[in-house]
Design a protein around this ligand. Sequence first.
Ligand SMILES: [Zn+2]
Length: 372
Amino acid sequence: MKEQLARTLMTPASGRRLRASVALDYPFTPPQTDGSVVEIADGLLWARMPMPMALDHINVYLLRGETGWTLVDTGLNTADCRARWESIAAEHLQGLPIEALICTHFHYDHAGLAPWITERFGVPLFMTLGEFMTMKVLNAPMPDPVPPEQIAFYQRAGLPELRLTKMFEALAADPFTPPPMPAFQRLRGGQVLRIGNREWTIIIGEGHSPEHACLYCEAEGILIAGDQLLPRISSNVLVSSIEPEGNPLQQWFDSLDRLEVCRADTLILPSHQNVYRGLHLRTQELREHHLQQFAQLLGALEQQAEFSAFEAMNLLFKKLRHPMDDMLALGETLAHLAWLLKEGRLQRRLAEDGLWRYSREPGALIEKGMHW
Ligand SMILES: [Zn+2]
């Protein structure tokens, strides 16, 4: 994997040529967010739930089994999404009941309606242990006062006090936090689920969330990819105060490697934007996106001796609109800095003002023969 990264970095032009001559293929017109569905294949439906955000929808999928339907992901915990599920259940399930719910990961656009769906339709929730437990912890109300370790994490990153306060206020007032989910059935990586005529193998992704389940049907070349392989945006990969020394970008890159074992002609069913083909092009684009961020950070450290994570964030993210964006953008910046630290490309020191300051590791680039 590291060799692959190094090669790509040294030949960025080849990536650009690839993009110019090969594009992702979008074979379907997407459904509206009005409860209509698109049939991707026999017994495999695609619907869309509305989201009142810049990213205005999430895709959900329905898999027909012998005696009923399995849903994959839920949409937000809103009246709009509940109404869409009611109309889908009434109009599009060919007289069969809903039998099960699978949530790819704990984020509340994917699992926010799990408590309601499991109760309304009397079905079990299937999730990985990592996702279910993270959901249990993070859906609890924000502790008041905020624990000092959590505040110190953002202070050391250099987030100004006022923005820190606003960020915690926004988190505490988040309107989409779902009620607690009492129980689940466990999914594991490598497990095979037989649903109707198809066998789906669970492939685990990490980095965006702790144990994200993707469902891969090798026989037909179909991958329900969740947030692991979005076609036009890159998923947030962040370091948080829960695991301040984590290296989630390495886990993200490792996950891209795992997904690349899927057939080249795999039809990818992502959680946002449109169904597409072009798996290997997309994994390469996603890697290159992060490599560009690495290069940008290291390039800035040629102009200035050191920076804080907050200063680095302002280099990478020019427009942040909402206080919650600070958490995502700062966490993602920290993820890039953590990867560079672990690779020996950066060093950091805890400065007198209590902030981590990052600088280039002298000599590391020459030793490794890298061209950043
Ligand atoms: Zn997500």
